[in-house]
Ligand binder design. Structure first.
Ligand code: KG4
Ligand code: ZN
Length: 350
């Protein structure tokens, strides 16, 4: 089974060809164009700009993904070649239908529908959040991942904990009541004049600090819930910053350390509790914040004490990409006809 997968829910335009090989999921190609640099100039994403960029990149990205070969990484944009591959080699087209920005989603969904119609291929609608969890199946043996496992999605838009009993059955355990973990990093970073997205720079600055007296609260840390809340952290950091006469480089780094600690502490605590309370021996983490090495280490160290294995996706599959959409479609996808598929920006969990 070979799938062409398309992802366009936010500011990445991505297309990928994935395949099941030898009990695992192999990625033949994963081509991603990003409009991140444009959003850095506005300090955040303006949805209209993101959608326009999606429209610009979608076809070249799809054509590149179909014609990509290891020996010709700079695959040229040749439609006739892509068309032959689509006709002969691709069994189905998978596409992210939500959640996300409506303008961005529509570009990927309508392109996928057009191709499915024109080439007579089935289409597989995919939930972007579940795809983040399934990024962990890429380049691993499928049977090495044991149910039940916990899925933790930590991205710029989402913070969610789920339990998966099998591919078809999962339950949402809790999620953020306001800002997502990545959003909290980006918003507090903005208070410190860091460039967007601030997650990577907060991590870099935090790594320069051994210890500090600066402390921010880890919201809902002691509450018996799998919900999160990060908007109070932004308010607390704003108050702290306002009180300072001037912020030198060292203080800025200490603030970054304290922000990262407040977020990581609560993510680690609730993820481990979710695994223990549900007898899950594995946790699959997904989303851009999973690139954070301190988080990775802290979660790994804590999990070791309870015999829980933590899986993180390879870095290139942690942030938005189409290969994860293809991975989900291969393992769990249900085919539809193009008439039934619709972009749904509010799509969440069943
Ligand atoms: O999954 P993602 O690429 O996009 C979606 O939101 O769907 O996640 C982006 C988020 C941003 O908030 C960014 O600040 C955060 O991931 N991020 C990080 C790191 N790299 C990206 N956060 C902490 N440490 C990092 N190294
Ligand atoms: Zn995402």
């Amino acid at each position: 089974m070979k799938i062409l997968a398309i992802e366009s829910s936010c500011d990445e335009t991505s297309a990928s060809v994935v395949n099941t090989v030898d009990g695992g999921i192999a990625v033949d190609s994963n081509i991603t164009a990003t409009s991140l640099a444009l959003h850095a100039t506005t300090g955040g994403i303006i949805p209209e700009n993101a959608a326009r960029e999606q429209a610009k990149y979608i076809l070249p990205t799809i054509i590149k993904s179909l014609t990509y070969s290891e020996t010709n990484e700079k695959s040229e944009i040749i439609w006739s070649k892509a068309k032959t591959i689509l006709e002969n080699d691709i069994n189905a087209i998978a596409v992210t239908v939500g959640p996300g920005l409506i303008g961005s989603l529509l570009v990927g969904v309508e392109t996928a529908k057009t191709l499915a119609y024109a080439f007579g291929k089935p289409i597989i609608p995919v939930n972007h959040l579940l795809a983040h969890v399934y990024a962990n199946y890429i380049n691993r043996k499928i049977n090495d991942i044991k149910f039940p496992y916990i899925g933790l999605i930590v991205s710029g838009g989402h913070t969610d904990l789920l339990i998966f009993y099998d591919h078809k059955n999962y339950k949402w355990l809790g999620g953020t009541r306001d800002d997502a973990a990545g959003e909290a990093l980006d918003k507090t970073g903005r208070l410190l004049d860091l460039s967007y997205p601030a997650g990577p720079e907060i991590e870099k600055r935090a790594s320069l600090v051994q210890a500090t007296d600066i402390r921010f609260k880890s919201p809902l840390f002691n509450e018996k819930t799998f919900d999160f809340s990060f908007s109070g952290l932004k308010a607390e950091v704003a108050r702290f910053v306002k009180k300072q006469k001037a912020i030198d480089t060292n203080t800025k780094s200490e603030i970054c350390y304290a922000i990262q600690k407040a977020i990581v502490d609560v993510l680690v605590k609730k993820t481990i509790s979710a695994a223990n309370e549900n007898n899950a021996k594995m946790v699959l983490v997904g989303g851009g914040v999973s690139a954070n090495q301190t988080f990775k280490k802290r979660l790994g160290d804590e999990a070791l004490q309870y015999g829980i294995s933590i899986l993180f996706p390879e870095l290139k599959y942690a942030t938005d990409n189409a290969a994860m959409v293809g991975a989900y479609a291969l393992l769990n996808g249900t085919t539809s006809s193009w008439q039934e598929v619709k972009a749904n920006p509010e799509l969440y969990f069943l």
